[in-house]
Ligand binder design. Sequence first.
Ligand SMILES: C[S@@+](CC[C@H](N)C(=O)[O-])C[C@H]1O[C@@H](n2cnc3c(N)ncnc32)[C@H](O)[C@@H]1O
Length: 205
Amino acid sequence: MGEYIKKGLDKKRYDKAAARYDIFESPMELVFFSKWRKRLFGRIKGDYILDVGIGTGKNIPHYGKGRFIGVDISIKMLEKAKKRAEKLGKKVELIQCDAEALPFKSKVFDAVVSTYVFCSVENPVRGLRELYRILKPGDRVYFLEHMRCESETGGVILDALNPLVRVFGPEINRRTVKNIEEGGFRVVKENWLLTSVFRFIIAEK
Ligand SMILES: C[S@@+](CC[C@H](N)C(=O)[O-])C[C@H]1O[C@@H](n2cnc3c(N)ncnc32)[C@H](O)[C@@H]1O
């Protein structure tokens, strides 16, 4: 399938998902995600921060000081993020763009945050190389991601289910730590949060 068509599918998929995304995610958000987000944002340092694949803006309540830019391929997701920011009285600049071709100069951001995004970006290594490009040297990306587990049996099950799940959104069998390294980063912290599927990762340029 051509790159252009694939990108169109991603936009469509996430535009469609935007309306029900918060409801669909709410059990995981309540039990796990919101406390993991709080922990992630407790580590983030810098004045100019990019939230890549901001979605409906679930990280916004955790934004501290600094200038935040949120990007997403889906305009419907961005509309939800805008409403959330307004409701919370938080300032965030929102831009519709592709993580694989970010409209920013090189070496400008102090930090990047990515929560559950590199399971979705069509070409994750290309997207991660973009994050590497726009970060200042020595600065970090803060990830919460789900991925292929380390257990071989579990991995085979995720491989089998992946084509079905991908119709609605993410891929569930990506080797995201390897992708982060291929993107040029050095992983400085990796914690398994819920088996080896959900992970907290900090990577440095
Ligand atoms: C599973 S959602 C996560 C949203 C949010 N970060 C969160 O923690 O709830 C994945 C998001 O990545 C966005 N996305 C997928 N591919 C993208 C791309 N190539 N560039 C930018 N955003 C993308 C989707 O539109 C969606 O909003």
